[in-house]
Design a protein around this ligand. Structure first.
Ligand code: NAG
Ligand code: NAG
Ligand code: NAG
Length: 425
């Protein structure tokens, strides 16, 4: 029975990735472009002067995955969508008539999901979605910062004529006037998006130390890759074992599962390489020399080892481009002495050679350069005291719930992972 369930989960995942136009990481830009086109068209048709351009937000997408509803119905809305691109559930001509706007704002207090109106809410600036599998919806999105629909409470006007400071009229949509990117803050070692830089720094320090201790001449510096992170979020398996590996990590930054001194001893390499074929190698995965890209999502998994000790993992990562153990089949040497063309020795790690304009490894596909909007628009005021909120844990601000509340794809990924893990110990 268990096996059957697991297979069902795997099949479901395979099917999830097999369909056409829906949201997958490779079509995110296209998806966003469609939604912004809908917004621009609506702004023109209904003379909405304060319709903002939407930008993708990875934190929102991740929090949607984790069912973290921070700020829901205060500064955030959620919606289920199909993907091509808008099912008609509402009567827009009637809903958006100026005379009906007050009723519309009232409806935002009562309804959890106003369907296509959610992505048309003028004040929204950020969207993050995950794949979903509830017919007929294949996408589940969160939008910020208008949780109350008050941005509908405007008079008709020229599209793009009522943009907040820092925004300009971009053919009917309010788009941010771009300035320099704010520098990221670093606050700890647990992987959340805000501490990703710190997490990566830890991992690269571990790689550097391992390169020195075990005399590894070709250990590459890891770079964060959003596409890889998204693939791990949606459990995209293409290339697994060929150009990609997966691993579970805890966050500070990894639990000791392997005995590195013994496992990495030169006379044990043949055994190590053999083991790589069918196992998750835990901390050895993040030490695999040839890896250059990593992308992780927050995770929660407790695993009991053979010896009865439970280990918690809080992070699930994909690494690229190495899918096999071939870089472990090497001779020892001075760390950083065997870097590929275009890389240089940076204190023991192979790093892309300066003066490359962007610190990307040469094999990396270029990161989509979606600029981040400055959220400086009018902040919605205090959340309405809607009845449904009172019994809802969602209304607690900044509550970080790791438990899915619902049949989320998260659960499916978990089941599939469990299946993998059951082969590990
Ligand atoms: C709309 O805005 C006006 C003035 O800004 C305010 O008095 C009114 O209460 C608002 N209506 C709603 C439904 O929020
Ligand atoms: C190689 O592996 C064996 C078996 O796990 C272990 O007993 C031995 O100590 C390892 N070799 C070294 C040099 O650590
Ligand atoms: C290591 O590489 C050599 C030559 O490149 C090859 O003959 C050998 O089979 C490899 N060893 C393993 C364990 O893969």
């Amino acid at each position: 029975m268990k096996a059957f369930n697991v297979c069902t989960a795997i099949l479901a995942l395979v099917c999830l990735h097999a369909t056409g136009t829906k949201l997958v990481s490779t079509t995110k830009e296209e998806y966003l472009k469609e939604i912004n086109k809908l917004r621009r068209d609506a702004a023109k048709k209904y003379k909405i002067p304060n319709m903002y351009k939407l930008f993708w937000d990875y934190t929102l997408a991740e929090e949607t995955l984790r069912s973290n509803f921070r700020g829901l119905w205060a500064t955030r809305r959620k919606t289920y969508r199909d993907s091509d691109p808008l099912t008609e559930v509402r009567n827009l001509d009637s809903d958006l008539a100026i005379d009906n706007r007050a009723a519309l704002v009232e409806e935002y207090k009562e309804e959890e999901d106003l369907h296509e109106l959610e992505v048309l809410t003028p004040g929204q600036q950020k969207i993050g979605c995950i794949e979903w599998n509830k017919k007929p919806y294949y996408t589940y999105c969160s939008l910020e910062p208008d949780g109350t629909g008050t941005s509908w409470n405007v008079s008709s006007g020229e599209p793009g004529s009522a943009c907040a400071q820092g925004f300009e009229n971009d053919d009917g949509l309010c788009s941010p006037v771009f300035g320099p990117e704010p520098t990221a803050h670093v606050t700890g070692t647990k992987l959340v998006l805000t501490t990703k830089e710190e997490y990566l720094k830890d991992l690269n320090e571990i790689r550097r130390n391992a390169a020195k201790k075990y005399k590894i001449p070709n250990m590459y510096k890891l770079f964060w890759d959003y596409v890889v992170a998204e693939e791990s979020l949606t459990y995209a398996k293409d290339g697994m074992g060929k150009t990609k590996r997966q691993t579970l990590c805890d966050s500070d930054p990894f639990v000791k599962i392997r005995d590195l001194d013994s496992d990495l001893a030169i006379e044990n390499r043949t055994a190590l390489i053999k083991e790589f074929n069918n196992r998750l190698m835990f901390e050895i995965e993040v030490l695999t020399h040839g890896q250059q890209k990593i992308g992780c999502v927050p995770w929660l998994q407790s695993i009991k080892k053979k010896d009865g000790v439970s280990v918690n993992f809080f992070t699930y990562c994909y690494l690229e481009p190495e899918g096999t153990a071939k870089s472990w089949n090497m001779s020892q040497g001075e760390p950083g002495s065997l870097c590929g063309l275009g890389f240089e020795n940076d204190n023991g790690l192979c790093t892309p050679a300066r003066p490359t304009p962007t610190p990307e490894p040469t094999t990396t596909t270029p990161e989509p350069t979606t600029p981040k909007p400055k959220i400086v628009g009018a902040k919605p005021t205090a959340p309405p005291k809607a009845l449904r909120l009172e019994s809802d844990s969602d209304s607690k601000p900044a509550q970080d719930s790791n438990q899915p509340t619902d049949g989320a794809s998260y659960g499916q990924v978990g089941m599939t992972l469990l299946f993998l893990i059951s082969m590990m110990f």
